[in-house]
Design a protein around this ligand. Structure first.
Ligand code: ATP
Ligand code: MG
Length: 447
């Protein structure tokens, strides 16, 4: 009797194996391999049969380059993240944790485009049309040329797309849509791959930009298939604290632009708006309390002034270290450095660090400000609210330059700051008064 063929597939990255393993060799995730049934194996075999086509390779010099055509989404922030606007025929994935505002943003954009007389299709597999209409009322998106389709069957969605010349399509969300020819549950690797492939084909052949919403898992990756990120042109992630009204839209992959830009939005009762004044959001202009220090970080190409806070108090038993918005390993490194270089007895203190406004610092330029905040709390001495601390601190206690220093100082000047503590003078003179602190020891002299 012929032995039954067994295939296991990773639900995270799509890796296939004849044996079950606890850890997927493809993406290192645990317990993600599932046994496929016979119908699924037959489908895989069928879909992997390559169709013969007559295409031939052409010399690269003979290929006519087509211009990338973009149009505005009527949201400055979204245009910025996309690299200058929505690209015709592109497939974009927006991921983010539950309730962060994915549907809100895309319904708002869909409404914006409908106002410009584009025919827009919003497909929802998660909510009923009346639920979406309610949200649309709030967002001011209920426009004649915005069409809703509450549907999870790919075949019906395709019929609808074929029935009209749509200029923009939203799929909310990819994990709920299924192709009835694929013998797997919605959200599984095989389904998501098949549905995304179909959407990619439509986007390219009909030259329609399509935005797909994807759920993310606890560890922050798009739920289920990693393959999804490879297939689409652009991957955007929504970040933000649900307690704060601020949302950041970061680009992780963009086939049509840089991934450096960040879109900043505010959530309010009328939906997500482009955030306006960023300057007063993250710090108190009047005065600072002991334990607070100001720095300026780069979010994409934008310098933003933020306040970092530290609380240093005597520890009763084991000293605690906790950090919100700043990498805790980096905090431990800075504390070890302060103990060694400045002889501070920090081992007997609890130390808490917080970044105001729910921002997560992703660069090293705030090291100096974190140290300043810790020293300020330790000595109960407040710092000036007109002074910024900018610099990366190395393991040797040296303070180093960070990229875009001049741009940061210029922004600080326009926001009315008087002084900056930096590792070296930028080449061009900025009008800001700069104090040089090129080692950790120098900071204490300065304070
Ligand atoms: N009336 C309102 N006023 C202000 N904010 C609201 C209001 N209604 C909803 N919200 C905000 O909108 C958020 C829901 O946004 P949305 O449904 O777009 O999220 P989502 O990312 O699509 O979530 P899911 O993954 O569950 O689909 C809520 O968490 C809430 O913060
Ligand atoms: Mg939603």
């Amino acid at each position: 009797m012929a032995k039954k063929k067994v295939v296991y597939e990773c639900q995270n990255c799509g890796f296939q194996s004849p044996r079950w393993t606890g850890k997927c060799p493809g993406c290192n995730s645990w317990d993600s391999l599932l046994e496929l049934n016979q119908e699924q194996i037959d489908y895989l075999k069928k879909s992997s049969k390559v169709k013969v086509s007559n295409s031939k390779a052409i010399s690269i010099t003979k290929i006519k380059a087509e211009d990338i055509k973009r149009f505005s989404s009527n949201s400055k922030e979204l245009d910025l993240v996309l690299g200058g606007g929505i690209v015709n025929g592109s497939l974009t994935l927006i991921g983010g944790s539950p309730g962060i505002g994915k549907s809100t943003l895309l319904l708002k954009i869909a409404g914006n485009l409908a106002k410009d007389n584009y025919d827009v299709l919003y497909v929802s597999g998660e909510e009923s049309a009346s639920q979406i209409k309610l949200r649309g009322d709030r967002l001011g998106s209920n426009i004649d040329t915005l069409y809703l389709l509450a549907e999870i069957n790919m075949g019906s969605i395709l019929d609808e797309i074929e029935s009209k010349e749509y200029s923009f399509i939203v799929i909310d969300s990819i994990q709920t849509i299924y192709n009835s020819e694929v013998p797997s549950a919605p959200g599984s690797v095989t389904q998501v791959r098949a549905v995304t492939f179909e959407l990619m084909r439509i986007a390219k052949s009909k030259n329609i930009p399509i935005f797909i919403i994807g759920h993310i898992t606890k560890d922050g990756s798009i739920a289920g298939p990693r393959v999804l990120e490879h297939m689409v042109d652009t991957v955007l992630y929504f970040e933000g604290d649900t307690n704060s009204d601020l949302r950041l839209l970061r680009s992780f992959k963009n086939r049509f632009g840089s991934t450096n830009e960040v879109g900043i939005f505010e959530m309010d009762s009328s939906g997500l708006r482009d955030a306006k004044s960023m300057s007063e959001r993250f710090f108190n202009k009047e005065s600072l309390m002991p334990g607070s220090a100001l720095t300026i970080i780069m979010e994409g190409s934008r310098p933003i002034v933020i306040e970092v806070q530290a609380l240093v108090t005597s520890a009763y038993a084991n000293p605690k270290r906790s950090s919100t918005g700043f990498d805790s390993n980096r905090l431990n490194m800075l504390l070890a450095l302060l103990e060694k270089k400045l002889d501070l007895p920090l081992g007997t203190y609890d130390i808490f660090v917080n970044v105001v406004g729910g921002i997560k610092i992703q660069e090293t330029s705030a090291d100096l400000a974190i140290i300043a905040a810790i020293l300020s709390s330790f000595r109960e001495r407040e710092l000036s609210s007109k002074t910024l601390f900018i610099g990366e601190v190395s393991l040797t206690g040296e303070v180093r330059d960070v990229p875009n220093m001049l741009q940061r100082l210029k922004e600080a000047k326009t926001q009315g700051f008087a002084n900056a503590v930096v590792p070296s003078n930028p080449i061009e003179k900025s009008e800001l008064k700069t104090y040089i602190a090129n080692s950790v020891e120098k900071i204490i002299e300065w304070m």
